[in-house]
Design a protein around this ligand. Structure first.
Ligand SMILES: Cc1cc2nc3c(=O)[nH]c(=O)nc-3n(C[C@H](O)[C@H](O)[C@H](O)COP(=O)(O)OP(=O)(O)OC[C@H]3O[C@@H](n4cnc5c(N)ncnc54)[C@H](O)[C@@H]3O)c2cc1C
Length: 222
């Protein structure tokens, strides 16, 4: 059953990522890591459904999405750039395969970090962040979503890798099996992957080369 919700606030998290908060109808229930099909309640756009992950927590009294915008696609995310407080979204089905199973290494590419925002915020709130680690791949520092928040939650267990910038304190290049080997430790049981399909396939090959069995890999393609 779809629900129309009003936008409470809309702001930039990075140069191309929007944080959109809406009101939360009681019937909308989700687990940290889950997503929903969303459309815009505007003539001609109501049936253009796209998947976005809840970055709020289930108990929050608002719903939040963190959305990378692609004006060149002339699709839904371009339209989101023209919305403001009081405009409406339609929330359709809730779904998603990424859920927390236990300590491990979260590996995200770009907007693929969104399920991990909810999961890591949830663990922090429950004081169960433990030895979880986040390896976050982006092109440049300006693309990193919630860098300060992740530093607060994870400290040294937050590792950034940048493909287009070589900066002190940041890994440079693309994720490799060597880097995963360097980061993982005796607490790393699960590997949570989310990002663009080519990145996911590359990382899955690297995990296989490190003899990580499929049962310990939790994935969602964007
Ligand atoms: C489960 C799940 C959860 C997700 N959660 C999030 C999230 O929380 N945050 C987030 O930012 N993203 C998330 N995504 C990705 C998000 O769904 C897409 O980025 C979004 O659908 C893009 O919509 P769009 O209409 O702007 O562009 P698209 O639907 O990609 O494109 C619109 C049209 O443009 C054309 N097009 C496609 N690619 C190009 C191109 N490169 N150049 C020009 N034209 C092109 C196509 O014909 C397409 O019909 C998630 C995806 C999944 C599957």
């Amino acid at each position: 059953m779809s629900q129309i919700v009003k936008i409470l606030s809309i702001e930039n998290l990075t140069h191309d990522v929007l944080r959109i908060r809406t009101e939360k109808p009681a019937v909308i229930q989700y687990n940290p890591g889950q997503a929903a099909d969303i459309s815009i309640n505007k003539s001609g756009w109501e049936q253009e459904l796209r998947a976005f992950t809840f970055t709020s927590l289930p108990e929050d009294d608002f719903i939040e999405f963190s959305i990378k915008t692609y004006p060149s696609h002339h699709g839904v995310t371009e339209q989101l750039l023209s919305l403001s407080k009081g405009d409406e979204l339609i929330i359709h089905d809730v779904f998603g395969d990424i859920g927390y199973k236990g300590e491990g290494l979260f590996i995200a590419g770009g907007a693929g970090v969104t399920p991990f925002i909810a999961i890591l915020k949830h663990l922090e709130k429950n004081h169960t962040i433990g030895n979880n680690k986040l390896l976050f791949a982006n092109k440049s520092r300006g693309d990193i979503i919630l860098e300060d928040k992740f530093k607060d939650i994870l400290g040294d267990h937050f590792i950034n890798i940048l493909s287009d910038e070589d900066l002190d304190g940041y890994e440079h290049g693309f994720i490799s099996a060597d880097l995963i080997q360097k980061i993982k430790d005796e607490h790393t049981k699960y590997y949570y992957l989310c990002g663009p399909e080519p990145m996911m396939q590359a990382v899955e090959k690297q995990l296989a080369s490190l003899s990580i069995s499929n049962e310990f890999i939790v994935r969602e393609g964007f």
